[in-house]
Design a protein around this ligand. Structure first.
Ligand SMILES: Nc1ncnc2c1ncn2[C@@H]1O[C@H](COP(=O)(O)OP(=O)(O)OP(=O)(O)O)[C@@H](O)[C@H]1O
Ligand SMILES: [Mg+2]
Length: 248
């Protein structure tokens, strides 16, 4: 067995894939830069750590199930001036998770509700928090299946363990009585236990229609808005940005 074979075998045993794949380049670079043995060892170990952290963030992003990848850095606050940028940046530092507070993003289509929800969700993944992203349609269908298969307590326990639950697109689907009751159970299960980010195209005074029941809607709203950071975004649709510019 050559020295190289031995290095690779040891890397496999110790699960150091970065070092296994890059040790030759790292050695060449170290020779060129005349690194000391200490600095060489440090550089190689650091690169392996970076790869491991990146992998674990990628896994967390994948597990969260975001509908797309949207970052805070890509959000143009000047396009939506009534959004309090400072407040959003403060929330992106994730202290709201420690206090089990909610974020409520309200506004018409295209104003950036989903973008901001995902962007904060990604920050949470990067901080090793457990995050799950659902549309109302998806969560209601999972809750209904769990109810039918008698696994609802398991699903609610799993959801209660998350650091952050994101529920997107409340208002695009009307819920029947059974679905509204399940949605209420979900919100109750997380109340004062874990944060929710929810987006809706409907003002809270319309939620009675979404849930087909004013009493259930009020109970859901009450729990969501208590300890929450609500944002009412009433600006223009970013999707129509180009159209607006050419027409003005
Ligand atoms: N201020 C912004 N800066 C950069 N991109 C934006 C901004 N606002 C929205 N976008 C982009 O415009 C598109 C629509 O935004 P988004 O999906 O967040 O809208 P929404 O408020 O969730 O609308 P809907 O109610 O239709 O779901 C996305 O591609 C998003 O990344
Ligand atoms: Mg959206």
């Amino acid at each position: 067995m050559t020295t190289n074979d031995s290095i690779e075998t040891h890397c496999r045993t110790l699960r150091l894939p970065y070092i296994r794949d890059h040790y030759q380049t790292e050695i060449d670079d170290a020779l060129k830069a005349k690194l000391s043995f200490h600095d060489f060892l440090l550089a190689v170990l650091r690169a392996q750590v970076v790869q491991r952290v990146d992998n674990s963030i990628n896994r967390a992003l994948h597990t969260a199930g975001f509908s797309s990848i949207k970052r805070l850095e890509e959000f143009d606050f000047s396009f939506q001036p009534q959004i309090d940028e400072k407040k959003i940046r403060e929330l992106a530092s994730l202290h709201f998770l420690d206090k089990s507070e909610n974020i409520i993003l309200l506004g018409p289509p295209g104003v950036g509700k989903t973008h901001l929800a995902i962007a904060i969700g990604i920050k949470a993944c990067q901080a090793s928090k457990r995050v799950a992203f659902y549309t109302v349609h998806k969560i209601v269908s999972e809750l209904s299946i769990a109810h039918t298969t008698k696994s609802l307590p398991n699903l609610l326990r799993k959801i209660a363990r998350l650091d952050l639950l994101i529920i997107d697109e409340l208002g695009y689907m009307q819920l029947n009585e059974a679905q509204a009751a399940l949605f209420f159970q979900l919100i109750s299960a997380r109340y004062e236990k874990g944060s929710i980010i929810i987006t809706s195209n409907q003002n809270p005074d319309q939620w009675g229609t979404i849930f087909n029941d004013n009493i259930v809607a009020t109970a859901i709203m009450d729990r969501l808005f208590h300890h929450s950071h609500p944002f009412a975004i009433n600006g223009k649709s970013y999707r129509m940005k180009h159209f607006d510019q050419t027409s003005s």
